[in-house]
Design a protein around this ligand. Structure first.
Ligand SMILES: NC(=O)c1ccc[n+]([C@@H]2O[C@H](COP(=O)([O-])OP(=O)(O)OC[C@H]3O[C@@H](n4cnc5c(N)ncnc54)[C@H](O)[C@@H]3O)[C@@H](O)[C@H]2O)c1
Ligand SMILES: [Zn+2]
Ligand SMILES: [Zn+2]
Length: 361
């Protein structure tokens, strides 16, 4: 029987989100229904509400979630009902040109549920990042449900499903941070602080946190930043150079998503260094850089989608590091809230009061 439940819906550009009745179909072949236990609020949910991702309203928001597999469709073999899973917005197809080249972490044709979840009048919903997890039940492709150790708290485990994975992977996978490297992270929200935690796991020697909010910088220290810079009072490029013998850092990670902070990351890195863009810009934004600087500085300019993660490899591993006390996921959980408090929590995110508000069910 299709499930009738409540979901957090963004109905139109810039409109406050509302709790509405939604219909979750029974799982078809290759699909699973997951009972969501916890779902974090990522800045990308707000981007959806603002119409900055695309115009496919109405959106069912939420995409950073952990839950229990409730029901599986025909042919599903990777999970069974009762499994504890983190939901992934990358489920490699195995047959696109990237998967076939042995690079499933770039999969160009990631799998999602084929049946739509709908409003009660039948209007199909666009689930955020192909998930839609601010709801008691959600329908996803079985490949999006990644089994992890059930000892992990859902509030913490779910965070690996998006922003925290994006930050960890921006440092460890895309930026390839190595023992002894110097790293700067510009923007220390959930994603940036995860990049700081990832840089520490990778063995970075110097980790410079840059933000415009002192609260974020205090948290960054707790995640492993060795130095902090408030970019509203000093020029962060000069300050980063001053902390690195005038050279700049090996890896500069941009976790805000604006031209100005991207430019700062570009100029704050050492010769032959790497810039990683993990912040999501809006479609109107443009950058202008002297081409001679792009050439003359050498190195690498990369973008990081989802931290170039392979969920089946990385999610269980990071959950295990968490359970071993080597990755403090709990520290990212600033507050737990009820499903009807998402709109208010967006405000707290915009005001910089939280790293992650997590909806619990
Ligand atoms: N690439 C990916 O796969 C991926 C995944 C998740 C999120 N994201 C994106 O990463 C970005 C960060 O997400 P989040 O959830 O951490 O958001 P957040 O709002 O929690 O954090 C953004 C941080 O940037 C800081 N900031 C704003 N302007 C700044 C400036 N000029 N200089 C320095 N710091 C500044 C803010 O104070 C805040 O601490 C967003 O754009 C989000 O959409 C990307
Ligand atoms: Zn693929
Ligand atoms: Zn996200």
């Amino acid at each position: 029987m299709p499930r009738e439940t409540q979901g957090v819906i963004a109905g139109g550009k810039g409109e406050p989100v509302r709790l509405q009745t939604i219909i979750v179909p029974d799982p078809g072949p290759g699909e699973v229904v997951v009972r969501v236990r916890a779902s974090g609020i990522c800045h990308t949910d707000l981007h959806y509400r603002e119409g900055a991702i695309n115009d496919d309203f109405p959106f069912l928001l939420g995409h950073e979630a952990a839950g229990i597999v409730e029901e599986i469709g025909d042919g599903v073999s990777n999970v069974v009902p009762g499994d504890f899973v983190v939901l992934a917005w990358r489920a490699p197809c195995g047959s696109c040109r990237s998967c076939l080249r042995g690079r499933p972490w770039y999969c160009f044709n990631s799998r999602n549920a084929r049946q739509p979840m709908t409003l009660s009048d039948g209007t199909p919903l666009s689930p955020a990042l192909g998930i839609g997890a601010f709801t008691d039940y959600t329908l996803v492709d079985a490949g999006q449900a990644v089994k992890v150790n059930p000892d992990a708290r859902p509030e913490a485990a779910g965070l690996i499903g998006c922003g925290i994975m994006a930050g960890l992977g921006a440092a460890l996978n895309t930026g390839n941070v190595q023992r002894g490297d110097s790293v700067a992270v510009i923007g220390c929200g959930g994603v940036g602080n995860a990049a700081i935690a990832g840089s520490q796991l990778g063995g970075a020697h110097t980790i410079i946190a840059v933000d415009i909010d002192d609260r974020k910088l205090a948290w960054a220290k707790e995640f492993g930043a060795t130095h902090t810079i408030n970019a509203s009072s000093v020029d962060p490029v000069e300050a980063i150079r001053a902390l690195t013998d005038g050279n700049g850092v090996d890896v500069a990670i941009e976790a805000v998503g604006t031209p100005k902070t991207y430019e700062q990351a570009f100029y704050a890195r050492d010769l032959a260094g790497t810039v990683v863009l993990v912040g999501v810009p809006n479609p109107e934004m443009k950058i202008e850089l002297p081409l001679i600087e792009v050439f003359g500085r050498g190195g690498t300019l990369k973008s990081s989608w989802y931290g170039d993660c392979l969920p089946t490899r990385d999610f269980p591993m990071f959950i295990d590091l968490y359970l071993q006390g080597r990755l403090d996921l709990d520290r990212f959980v600033s507050e737990t809230i009820a499903i009807d408090e998402v709109e208010d929590a967006f405000g707290r995110m915009e005001r910089g009061e939280v790293l992650r508000s997590v909806v619990v069910f």
